[in-house]
Ligand binder design. Structure first.
Ligand SMILES: Cc1cc2nc3c(=O)[nH]c(=O)nc-3n(C[C@H](O)[C@H](O)[C@H](O)COP(=O)(O)OP(=O)(O)OC[C@H]3O[C@@H](n4cnc5c(N)ncnc54)[C@H](O)[C@@H]3O)c2cc1C
Length: 482
């Protein structure tokens, strides 16, 4: 039995299922509403697959106006709503409850506008992250945030989780590349924030929406910044026989002022599995850094020289600069397939916490010590350049008690992230996974202030109500709705 609990579903709402579905079907095209118990099972979980629960019903609208109709009906009938993109959340952000309706973006897949002069693209939020770059790359542009899940995850989820990726060290995460949104408030009112320009007048509500995990509104359209593709890019692999020295190397690169586009880290357990899977040509060492720089050939050569000069005094076992596009592709194929490769050999829990880069060395040491204390194995693969750690805790989902032990180990690691001045989340969000750990980072007053923001957007706590805030802290507000 896991330690993460969900509230008891509201039997009175479940009782009214036929009435709720009838209201949705009467107002929306028939194909947008799914209520058959067999079909709703497809939506019972996201990528935090240890937790499952089919929703009451699913609505897949094709337009913002249809989202508004569905949301207003749920609001007026007192039904909780779980917004959903592609369902790849690793934090249980899009996990439904038995008394909730999912409103998903799967059919919101149109590109609405491309403007190269002003460097933006406007899309419906159901499009996948990778397809945004796919739409503009022939014209020499790209969309910078690149989660490893980019083939599947939707811009909707990226905005809700403020997602990042390997190349965010240089270009920032979603919030740094989002110019505007069109969204639906819980009452069904349609609102536009920001636009096709850098800054908008008034309060920065776009900053409030980005990263709000489906708590405040349903985002249906997004205006995204696109960038001209760099002239070229090249990674260097730097292998160390000591994890802490690798952490020190990252801190030295960042401190030096060189700005690589990515600094990725992999430890021995991960290198072994990835190499077996992707044949990327990785050296088998304790810790491998992949550092990528970009620009003209002269700029690339200069940056690589400076990085290798910083690494050499630390005694790396190998420094290997990619010499061809094929080699670079193999290096990135390995890194991008790391989570999938680990999943083939073990059940794992992917943690996501952030630490100051200068604390990487200490944090890696503490993770090693905690693994021994908790008698569990851990593999590390993460975005080292911005201190965004992803310890993968290996466990056996079929072994009674293993999930709970993994969760306790995970909580201890995230506690270390907070203690060294970092954060419980990096890019995966809080969802249900870290909901009850929020008290480790925030005081009751801090949490109260954050919940008051939700009160403004969603006074009856209908949107994703059992996520993000500890259940005990949000109990009174969630009761208030009934
Ligand atoms: C193998 C793997 C690798 C990953 N790698 C990365 C990575 O490198 N970087 C990273 O940041 N993440 C990563 N993730 C996590 C995940 O892909 C991201 O969180 C992603 O942004 C989720 O997008 P989604 O469309 O699947 O959202 P979902 O899982 O459907 O939903 C995520 C959250 O967004 C909310 N939401 C969904 N749609 C809307 C909407 N229209 N309006 C308001 N709220 C909404 C949901 O309620 C939920 O809280 C990875 C996941 C996997 C499985």
């Amino acid at each position: 039995m896991s330690t993460i609990v969900m509230p008891v579903p509201d039997a009175e709402v479940i009782e009214r299922k036929d009435q709720i579905v009838a209201a949705l079907c009467a107002a929306l095209p028939a194909e947008t509403v799914i209520s058959d118990a067999f079909e709703t099972r497809a939506y019972e979980c996201d990528a935090l697959t240890a937790y499952r629960c089919p929703p009451l019903a699913v609505v897949l609208p094709r337009t913002t106006e249809e989202v508004a109709i569905a949301l207003k009906i749920c609001h007026d009938m007192g039904v909780n709503v779980v917004p959903r993109g592609a369902g790849t959340s690793l934090a249980g952000g899009s996990l439904p409850t038995a008394d909730s309706v999912i409103i998903g973006t799967a059919r919101l897949r149109d590109t609405l506008e491309i403007d190269y002069d002003n460097r933006f693209i406007r899309v419906q939020t159901g499009v996948t992250n990778l397809s945004v770059t796919g739409t503009v790359e022939e014209d020499g542009f790209f969309y910078a945030p690149d989660p490893s899940s980019q083939l599947a995850c939707a811009i909707a989820g990226n905005i809700a989780m403020n997602s990042g990726g390997a190349h965010c060290l240089k270009y920032g995460v979603t919030t740094n590349n989002l110019l505007g949104v069109r969204m639906v408030l819980v009452t069904g009112e349609i609102v536009t924030l920001g636009g096709a320009h850098m800054d908008a007048p008034g309060l920065d509500l776009l900053g409030v929406i980005c990263g709000s995990e489906g708590q405040l509104a349903i985002v249906t359209e997004a205006t995204l910044r696109i960038l001209p593709k760099p002239e070229g890019a090249r990674p260097v692999m730097i292998g160390f026989d000591d994890a802490e020295v690798a952490g020190d190397c990252v801190a030295r690169i960042i401190k030096s002022g060189v700005l690589p586009v990515a600094i990725e880290y992999m430890d021995r357990p991960c290198i072994r599995v990835v190499e077996n899977y992707a044949k990327a040509g990785y050296p088998l060492c304790e810790a491998l850094l992949i550092v990528e720089v970009e620009g003209s050939e002269a700029e690339i050569a200069d940056q690589l020289d400076r990085i290798t000069a910083l690494a050499e005094p630390l005694g790396p076992v190998e420094i290997r600069v990619s010499k061809s596009a094929e080699e670079s592709a193999a290096i990135w194929k390995g890194r991008k397939s790391a989570f999938g490769a680990m999943g083939q050999i073990n059940d794992y829990m992917c943690l996501d916490g952030t630490v100051p880069v200068s604390a990487l060395q200490f944090t890696l040491k503490r993770i090693g010590e905690l693994a021994i204390e908790h008698q569990m194995e851990v593999a590390n693969v993460f975005h080292a350049g911005d201190g965004n750690m992803h310890p993968l805790i290996l466990f056996d989902a079929n072994k009674p008690g293993d999930l709970e032990r993994a969760e306790a180990f995970g909580a201890a690691i995230l506690g270390v992230c907070v203690d060294v001045g970092g954060c419980l989340t990096g890019e995966h969000g809080v969802g249900i996974e870290k909901r009850d750990l929020m008290i480790r980072q925030f005081s009751p007053d801090d949490l109260e202030a954050q919940m008051q923001v939700k009160d403004v957007f969603d006074p009856h706590w209908i949107l994703n109500p059992a996520k993000v805030f500890p259940l005990a802290a949000s109990a009174a507000r969630r009761q208030r709705q009934h």
